[in-house]
Every structure is written in structure tokens, then in C-alpha cells.
Write a protein that binds this ligand. Structure first.
Ligand code: PEP
Ligand code: MN
Length: 337
């Protein structure tokens, strides 16, 4: 921690702070300058957590050296976290593709989507049974019936399942079906849900809120790790911007930044990140180039009649083309698929 003192602060005021730092077991540093004096505290800053240095009259500014998030940071763990989902590694050298419909609509729809995912080489099946919708009049998902359809599709296809949980009271239920729990963008800062998912042992993909900063995303992930669930991946799914030509702006800076700052796997969602099916493939390729560990994309056998997100879902043919393009570029990036 760096503590910048106000001009003309006396040595006695500085000493008072230095003694407090020393008393907590950190190494105090005294760095007098021509105009300002700067103090340092070397060691575990958590020991200073309840000392509010900025409230001291002599203190101008306090700058922590360690980030506010801890367990999710690379400072805490330098090697990449690799999740093993029924034999599919996420965060390792293989790029992972999760695909499937936005919503589970019927056994036939899901089966047909799952067949396309298997045929073209996706490794994980997505599908929402509990749907957080902007309008209360939109399709809200099939609930447990949808989870049962996912279970059947998993049995038939062999693909592990990722599906969203929207409420802390549903966590136990969704855990009975899901190989990965999805916490959606709207719920990134639902701290009761984060606590409930933190205390279960099912792997989880945490999506970034549409207006959340990366620090807020990492702190939300910190809740999961703090609760004891370390099987966590992050997902960039686009943020709200001033641009109106597309639904969201996929923030690929975030992919590169999160990869540097955190050991957790990073997934990109170019479906929600663009909201337009023609933009999904180019942005999926861009996300791979930016260093994402995988993508989650919406694939529907008949997007025109989809009950949610019709405009952004890929047809099986679109998905097949995207997989071919990924196979072409990933080796150039030193990555397998
Ligand atoms: C989804 O993946 O179906 C979804 C609702 O995404 P988001 O939470 O990113 O809007
Ligand atoms: Mn969707």
C-alpha cells in the first residue's frame, strides 16, 4: 500500500501512521520527497483492512497495491485454472465450444440442436430452462420440464449440459441436472444467488452484467470462490454502449484483460455480444484471437421460429461454417480445438 501525505505534514504525523503499519506486522517505508512525503506498507495488506488511513487528516491519498479481488487474481494463483467438465477441459490448450438454443422449447427442438452440436464438433450443450426475460410477457422458459429435456438430450448426445439458474431457491434443483450452472448477466450482482452457488460444488460460468466493470465482475466471482466453489469461469457477453446498430458491444478488451488479471477461464458469448446472427461468426473468431478459452453460441434448428433471441441464433449450417473457420485459425494461435 502507498500512502501519499498532504504537503507540509510533520514527521510526527508520518510516524504515527508508520507505527500503526509496523504494529500490524507489515514493513513501514518512509519516503520523504521535496514536496510530498510518501509512506509504504509492505506485506499482506489484508491485515490493514480495518484501518481507514484516508480518514487521517495528514493523508491525501491511499493506493492499494494488491487488487480488491484476491482469490480470482493471478497474484493469488499464477497458473491457469483448468476445469474438467465430464472430461472436457476448459482453460487448457484446447478451445471449447458450447452451443445450443437460447431456450429449451421442446424435446424435438433440443434433440435437433444437440445433433448439430455433436456433428460439427461442439463439446457442451447449452439451453435455458429458466429464462430471465426483459419483458414479463415474453416466454419465461419451461422450468423443470426443460431441465428434464436437457437431461434426455445429454443422455442421447453424450454432451455435458450448461443451463442458467436465476434464483437462489432453484440452485439445488438445477444442480441435479446441470454440469455447469450459468449465472446470467442480469444476475451477476445477485449476491444471494452468488452465495448459494458458491456453496454448491457444480462448476459455474459467471456472465458479465451489461453495465458491470471488470472489477465488479471479478468481485462477483470472488463471492463464488470465497464460498468454496473454485470451479468458476468468466464470460464476456457484451456491454451496453451508445451504439444502436447492434444489441450489445462485445468487449474483447475484457477478454485480454481478464486473461492477464485472473487465472479463471474466459469464455466469449458473441451471440448476446452482438445480437445479430451475421455478426456472431466474425466476433467468435475475434474472441479466439483475443485469447478466449472458448465460446458459447446460440444454435437453433429453426431460428425464425425461436421463442427467444430469434435474431441472433445460428442455423446448424451457420454453425458448421463457424466451426470450420475456427479449425482454420486456432492452430495459428497455438491452440487446439
Ligand atoms: C443466455 O445465455 O441465454 C442469456 C440470457 O444470456 P445473458 O445473461 O448474457 O443475457
Ligand atoms: Mn439468448
Amino acid at each position: 500500500m502507498i500512502i501519499v501525505l498532504k504537503p507540509q505534514t510533520s514527521k510526527a504525523d508520518a510516524d504515527e501512521i508508520l507505527q500503526l503499519i509496523e504494529a500490524r506486522g507489515l514493513k513501514p517505508l518512509y519516503m520523504p520527497g521535496i514536496e510530498r512525503t510518501v509512506l509504504g506498507a509492505l506485506g499482506d495488506e489484508r491485515k490493514l483492512a480495518n484501518l481507514n488511513f484516508s480518514a487521517f487528516p495528514a493523508v491525501d491519498e491511499v493506493k492499494p497495491i494488491l487488487s480488491s479481488y484476491k482469490m480470482v487474481s493471478r497474484e493469488f494463483k499464477s497458473e491457469n485454472t483448468v476445469l474438467n467438465i465430464n472430461g472436457v477441459n476448459i482453460g487448457g490448450d484446447r478451445f471449447v465450444v458450447m452451443a445450443g438454443p437460447c431456450s429449451v422449447e421442446s424435446p424435438e427442438q433440443l434433440q435437433s440442436a444437440a445433433e448439430a452440436v455433436v456433428e460439427y464438433g461442439g463439446q457442451i450443450l447449452r439451453g435455458g430452462a429458466f429464462k430471465p426475460r426483459t419483458s414479463p410477457y415474453s416466454f419465461q422458459g419451461l422450468g423443470e420440464e426443460g431441465l428434464q429435456m436437457l437431461q434426455q438430450a445429454k443422455k442421447d448426445s453424450g454432451l455435458p449440459i450448461i443451463t442458467e439458474v436465476v434464483s437462489s431457491s432453484d440452485v439445488d434443483l438445477v444442480c441435479q441436472y446441470a454440469d455447469i450452472l450459468q449465472i446470467g448477466a442480469r444476475n451477476m450482482q445477485n449476491y444471494r444467488l452468488l452465495r448459494a452457488v458458491g456453496s454448491c460444488r457444480t462448476p459455474v460460468m459467471l456472465k458479465r452484467g451489461p453495465s458491470a466493470t471488470l472489477e465488479e465482475l471479478l468481485l462477483a466471482a470472488e463471492y463464488l470462490l470465497d464460498g468454496g466453489n473454485s470451479e468458476v469461469m468468466l464470460c464476456e457477453r457484451g456491454v451496453r454502449s451508445f451504439e444502436t446498430s447492434y444489441r450489445n458491444m462485445l468487449d474483447l478488451n475484457a477478454v485480454a484483460f481478464l486473461k492477464q488479471r485472473s487465472h479463471l477461464p474466459i469464455i466469449a458469448d458473441p451471440s448476446h455480444g452482438t445480437g445479430i446472427h451475421d455478426l456472431v461468426a466474425p466476433m467468435a473468431l475475434a474472441a479466439a484471437a483475443a485469447g478466449a478459452d472458448g465460446i458459447i453460441v446460440e444454435v437453433h434448428p429453426d431460428p425464425i421460429h425461436a421463442m427467444s433471441d430469434a435474431q441472433q441464433q445460428l442455423t446448424p449450417e451457420d454453425f458448421s461454417r463457424l466451426m470450420q473457420q475456427l479449425r482454420a485459425i486456432l492452430p495459428c494461435l497455438g491452440r487446439k480445438i
